[in-house]
Ligand binder design. Structure first.
Ligand code: GLC
Length: 526
């Protein structure tokens, strides 16, 4: 770990009015909680809503603005909650609706917004709607799902040998599932499905949630002729290719519904199309998604040219639409960036990048602790998609149970669970945890970082540097992707406000970025 940063005096002023006319979600930092892995209050080794409630103060201390909770609805858990059997109830594993209401109320008391995960592309095969649909070809809900006499060549996710169609012996037809056979796709071309799913949104909006992360949103509208995937991409899952114009009308209706509520409720869509050009249209003309995930940067290697290109693509595609970007380095579907980038120094620099680019950053619980993925032995594998490593439980302290109520957790602990625990990180001002906190304090205090313009600065090849600016407020950022110190001359003077390794904070910037170091600079320091 680097030397300690400045004393932990940094305070978090609440963002009362972010900027006149700006919705809260533009300047917010969102923190993703995967509920199975966050905190367990009842001792069954699986996290729950009460566990989240007990740790809200961690989030306030850290300084995030909003929480997105991955699915906690009734589910047989074939995909750990992304297979929903009742959209309007809490699975007993996670608690009750009363637990949810209490969690939401206590989050709101602390000034935290709360987004929940809405999974509209498919239900569980145990959902009563599917049971009814499957019961006979003449069922009134037959058309709520996608039934065909002949499959096309679409592949399901998770296993490229698996067709996206499963034969139903009883009724003699195939049904479509872009994911597991236990996750049949809903038919959004059916008006009753649309109405039922709008009802789900209203149920949660009326309860007071601040918005939704929408699962696989690009999957909703499907070409009703169900054409084969082209030969070049036929072996890739259709869930990463479906991109049909009919989704946009569906989104405009969702947007109208959500905008009908007060409080700038937000729709954040998971558009899992690995091209920023294809993601951008999901913002519509400001009348579809408020925010869309854009995953190409997440899959970039830790290299300056790749990142420069990725960020420039976002500017080129999103700016003309006045669409607001999002940034994600880690989530519950991918190895953590600490693991991908191969060193703590790089992961620290990546945090500086993530929290200073123009747009809304999404943190994945545990990245603020510098967690790596857990090693999962073959006997402990549970996820059909091979994503267990990043879902390891969060260690809250250095005791044997790491603050979890029971000792047998559903997945093994990540490496160095003692040293990386929240309690230990909090006591060490040189920790990754304190770095995230200093960055979040700096963001809160700077309108340039929250909402300002972004322009690249000329810099040597292994370095990515840029400037943020708004209302006379300026910050510069220098990210050194190389493992050597590099001279980076900037028209200054500048002072080091936050350094990824904590060194030199408060001092004049001397024109050098250390090996794998990133710096947030503020004007001054002469
Ligand atoms: C999304 C989720 C992922 C899930 C899939 C199917 O990609 O992020 O976890 O398995 O959708 O719902």
């Amino acid at each position: 770990m680097g030397p300690p940063g400045p004393p932990g005096r940094a305070e978090h002023p609440r963002l009362t009015t972010p900027l006149a006319g700006e919705p809260w979600w533009r300047s917010a930092v969102v923190y993703q909680i995967y509920p199975r892995s966050f905190a367990d209050a009842d001792g069954d080794g699986v996290g729950d809503l009460e566990g989240i409630r007990r740790h809200l103060d961690h989030l306030v201390w850290l300084g995030v603005d909003a929480v997105w909770v991955s699915p906690f609805f009734r589910s047989p858990m074939a995909d750990f909650g992304y297979d929903v059997a009742d959209y309007c109830d809490v699975d007993p594993l996670f608690g009750t609706l009363a637990d949810f209401d209490r969690l939401l109320a206590e989050a709101h008391e602390r000034g935290l917004k709360m987004l929940i995960d809405w999974v509209p592309n498919h239900t569980s095969n145990q959902h009563p709607w599917f049971a009814e649909s499957k019961s006979s070809r003449s069922s009134p809900k037959r058309d709520w799902y996608v039934w065909r006499d002949r499959p096309n060549n679409w592949k399901a996710a998770f296993d490229e040998t698996q067709s996206a169609w499963t034969w139903d012996e009883d009724t003699g037809q195939y049904y479509l599932h872009l994911f597991l056979p236990e996750q049949p796709d809903l038919n959004w071309a059916n008006a009753e499905v649309v109405e039922a799913m709008h009802g789900v949104l209203r149920f949660w909006l009326d309860r007071g949630v601040d918005g939704f992360r929408i699962d696989v949103v690009h999957g909703l509208g499907k070409d009703q002729s169900f054409p084969d995937a082209p030969p070049e991409t036929a072996d890739r899952p259709w869930s990463s290719q479906n991109d049909h114009e009919s989704t946009h009308a569906i989104l405009r209706d969702l947007r109208r519904l959500v905008d009908g509520y007060s409080g700038d409720r937000v729709l954040v869509g998971e558009v899992y199309l690995l091209s920023t050009r294809q993601v951008a249209p999901y913002y519509g003309d400001g009348d579809e998604l408020h925010l869309a995930f854009n995953f190409p940067p997440l899959y970039e290697p830790w290299e300056a040219p790749a990142w420069r290109h990725s960020v420039e693509r976002v500017v080129e595609e999103l700016d003309p639409r006045r669409a607001w970007p999002t940034w994600v380095l880690s989530n519950h579907d991918n190895p953590r960036h600490r693991t991908r980038y191969g060193s703590e120094a790089r992961a620290r620099s990546a945090a500086v990048l993530l929290l200073t680019l123009r747009g809304t950053p999404f943190l994945y619980a545990g990245e603020e602790l510098g967690l790596e993925d857990a090693e999962i032995s073959p006997e402990r594998r549970v996820d059909p998609g091979g994503r267990d490593g990043c879902r390891a439980p969060i260690p809250w302290d250095a005791s044997a149970g790491h603050g979890w109520a029971g000792e047998d957790t559903w997945l093994p602990w990540p490496p160095e669970a003692d040293a990386r625990s929240a309690a230990v990180g909090r006591q060490d001002e040189g920790s990754v945890l304190h770095l995230y906190r200093r960055l979040l304090v700096a963001r809160r205090a700077s309108v340039a970082l929250r909402l300002g313009s972004w322009s690249p600065l000329p810099s040597p090849s292994g370095v990515f540097a840029y400037v943020r600016e708004a209302d006379g407020d300026r910050r510069a950022v220098v990210v050194n992707y190389t493992d050597d110190a590099v001279e980076v001359d900037l028209p200054g003077p500048w002072a080091v406000q936050v350094a990824s390794d904590g060194s030199g904070e408060g001092e004049r910037y001397e024109g050098v970025a250390g090996a794998s170091q990133a710096l947030l600079l503020s004007p001054g320091g002469s």
